[in-house]
Every structure is written in structure tokens, then in C-alpha cells.
Design a protein around this ligand. Structure first.
Ligand code: CP3
Length: 359
């Protein structure tokens, strides 16, 4: 581990140790900040690389994935870099073909629908994802201890939803139907995903990732009962397993306000909050029992800097300087976002979080 727990005093921190300490709810001098989708289509440097390479090519060529990751983190001057990859990459070694179609998002060619389909999924080929670990190694070698490096994977529910629906979905009818009507198939699918994801994340941690974010982006479509019955057990096993590798886990989804108490039961170190839930009240309602990450509305980045500053200040004030807040958006940066507004947020967080009372 690059940032052992006991290290430096709070006033002698690098951005990397600041970020890791925040995940562990240890006191620090100012709030760390990074952005969901910080490397993406809003950024001209990314578009320039995308002109010559497909999304999957970038993911699979460690030198390109590392370049895109590093460029975004340096341009924004953030406290952590998230490795450039995609949620769906583990589908390939499991034997499931997919592609990204322009404007449509991911498409899985033969979605999983039956118990037989689930039994055919392979769980022993996660090593084929070694290109992600290799990209992480490059990013770590570049930044050294300066900033944190975040690895990630999808959570079992969100990945299963793509496997079963075959792509993005509105009502998740196919996925929920399997949950309700073929609980054995569903459970086996959750189990297989945990096996593959755990091996995949292990490679990322061995490569030097400081923190792992688990994206359960669409889990907010579930009722609390369904989350508890069909998803929480697998999420808990995966998160505990990743923690046993020695790194903090950030567990993130959108529209999760009513699920957060159950999500906290996974034992995740940090819960990602979207912007629909007020950070101060929500954190309090969780008894401050975990760290929180968020939660500026990404569309605020289309506003004037003055208003952006007010919103940043409001979130920092709600967090109250309490140890365990990582500033971020409530969801990813969208295409068309002015890069300079993202940079403003970084400046505002640095400026204001030193002012807003700490501790
Ligand atoms: O800095 C970063 O965050 C970049 C790394 C990253 C990508 N995907 C690259 C990417 C991360 C963390 C992801 C995670 C991801 N992938 C999620 C969870 C994140 C979330 O938003 O909650 C999901 C649901 C996916 C699956 C996925 N990949 C979708 C639905 C899409 C299409 C989205 C769209 O707007 O078209 C992608 C494509 C994708 N993955 C892009 C990027 C930068 C944009 C498309 C491109 O460059 O062609």
C-alpha cells in the first residue's frame, strides 16, 4: 500500500494521502476532490484520442488508457485519478459479447435469460482483464504518491441488469423478472459476478490502486425489500472481499436516497450520494457511520461560476468540515460541460474547504 494508515500528520499530506485518509474518515486539512467521468467526451484531449481509437481500443491499450487518465487528472488538478476503463469489460472473459453503438450506449448481443445461460458464463478468465491492471501500473508510476489512483468495477446488480436487459433500460422488466421468477438463476448470476469481480479488483489493487469504487449506478430502481432480498448479500460479499485486499471501497449509485441505510450495511467505507439527496441531512441520517462522496448536480457545471461557487460552498457547509467527505458530483460529467467550470470547482473546493470549519 502506498498510503499506510499511520503515515503523516494531517498538515503534511499529499493529495493522495488526503484522499485515502478522507475515505477512512481521518482528519485532514482540506476536502479532497475528483469527478465521476473526469476523462470523457467533454474534454478536447479525450476527443482527440477518440478520433483515432474506439472506446474499447482505448480501454485495452494500457498506454492509451493511462494517457487519458493522466491527462484528465492533470488538467483538472484533482486529488485522485480514476483509471480509464468501462463497467462492461468483465463481460468478455465471461463469454458475453457486447459493443458500444454510437448514441445508444452498450449493446449485449445475446442477453442472458435462462438458468442455462447463467451456467454457461465463465468465471475463471478474469486474468484476461490484465490490461486494466497494466494501465493502473502506468498511472501509479507516473503520479507516484502525489495523487490517489482509483480502480473500479461494476456492482453485481448493475452488471446483471446489462447482461439481462442487453443494454440500457427504462423499467428493468427482464432483470426484475429473472429476480422474481428464477431466483436460483439470479443467485447463481450474482455469485458468478462476485467471483469474477473480486479477481478483477484484486489485480487492480496489486497494480497499485489506492481505493476501489464499485458502481451500482442503476440500483436505485429497486425497492428497499428487493435490494435486501436480491442484491445486498452479493454486494456485501464483494465489498468485504475487496476490503480484505487492504483498500477502502466507495459504493455508488444514483437515486438511492431510500436505499442508503441498506447500502451502508454492506460495510462500504464511503457511500456515493447523488444530488437529489441533501448531503448534510443524509450523512446525519446515516449516523456518520461511513464517509460520503458527492454531491453536486453535474448540470450545475453549465451555470455561471458565481452560482457554482455557492453550490460548492453549500455542500462543504453541510459536510461541516467533518472527517470523511470527498467532494464530487452526484453523477458523471456530461458531454458539453465547459472544462473551465470543472477547474473552477476544484479551486472553490480548495479555497472554501479550508475556510468552512474543520473537525
Ligand atoms: O473518468 C472516467 O470516469 C472514465 C472511465 C469510465 C468510463 N465508463 C468510460 C466511458 C467509467 C468510470 C465508466 C463507468 C461506466 N460505464 C458506468 C458507471 C458510471 C455511471 O455513470 O454511473 C456505466 C453505466 C458504464 C456503461 C457505459 N459506458 C455506458 C452506459 C456508456 C454510454 C454512455 C453514453 O453517454 O453514451 C458507456 C460509454 C463510455 N464509457 C464513455 C466513456 C468515457 C463515453 C463514450 C465514448 O467515449 O464513446
Amino acid at each position: 500500500q502506498r498510503f499506510p494508515n499511520t503515515q503523516t500528520e494531517p498538515d503534511n499530506l499529499t493529495s493522495g494521502s488526503r484522499f485515502v485518509r478522507a475515505c477512512q474518515r481521518k482528519p485532514i486539512d482540506r476536502t479532497p476532490v475528483w469527478f465521476l467521468r473526469q476523462a470523457g467526451r467533454y474534454m478536447p484531449e479525450y476527443q482527440a484520442v477518440r478520433k483515432h481509437h474506439s472506446l474499447l481500443e482505448i480501454c485495452k491499450k494500457p498506454e492509451l488508457a493511462a494517457e487519458v487518465t493522466i491527462t484528465a487528472a492533470e488538467r483538472l488538478d484533482v486529488d485522485a485519478a480514476i483509471i480509464f476503463a468501462d463497467l462492461l469489460l468483465p463481460f468478455e472473459p465471461m463469454g458475453l459479447d457486447f459493443e458500444f453503438q454510437a448514441g445508444e450506449g452498450p449493446v449485449v448481443h445475446k442477453p442472458i435469460r435462462t438458468y442455462e445461460d447463467v451456467t454457461r458464463l465463465r468465471v475463471d478468465k478474469a486474468s484476461e482483464l490484465g490490461y486494466v491492471a497494466e494501465a493502473i501500473q502506468r498511472v501509479v508510476a507516473h503520479f507516484k504518491e502525489r495523487i490517489g489512483v482509483i480502480g473500479f468495477c461494476g456492482a453485481p446488480f448493475t452488471l446483471a441488469s446489462y447482461m439481462i436487459e442487453g443494454g440500457s433500460s427504462r423499467n428493468y422488466i427482464a432483470a426484475k423478472t429473472m429476480m422474481y421468477r428464477q431466483p436460483d438463476a439470479w443467485r447463481l448470476l450474482m455469485e458468478k459476478l462476485v467471483t469474477v469481480l473480486s479477481a478483477y479488483v484484486r489485480q487492480q489493487v496489486d497494480a497499485g490502486a489506492d481505493v476501489i469504487q464499485i458502481f451500482d449506478s442503476w440500483v436505485g430502481v429497486l425497492s428497499v425489500e428487493d435490494y435486501r432480498d436480491f442484491v445486498l448479500p452479493a454486494a456485501k460479499i464483494l465489498i468485504r472481499e475487496v476490503q480484505s485486499f487492504g483498500v477502502p471501497v466507495i459504493y455508488f449509485g444514483v437515486e438511492t436516497a431510500s436505499l442508503l441505510p441498506a447500502m451502508r450495511e454492506t460495510g462500504a467505507d464511503v457511500l456515493g450520494l447523488d444530488w437529489r439527496t441533501p448531503l448534510g441531512e443524509t450523512w446525519k441520517s446515516l449516523d456518520y457511520a461511513c464517509a460520503v462522496q458527492g454531491n453536486l448536480d453535474p448540470i450545475t457545471l453549465f451555470a455561471e461560476p458565481g452560482l457554482i461557487r455557492e453550490r460548492v460552498k453549500s455542500i462543504l457547509t453541510q459536510a461541516g468540515g467533518r472527517p470523511g467527505h470527498i467532494f464530487n458530483l452526484g453523477h458523471g460529467i456530461v458531454p458539453g460541460t465547459p472544462v473551465e467550470n470543472v477547474q473552477h470547482v476544484v479551486r472553490f473546493v480548495r479555497e472554501l474547504s479550508a475556510e468552512v470549519g474543520r473537525g
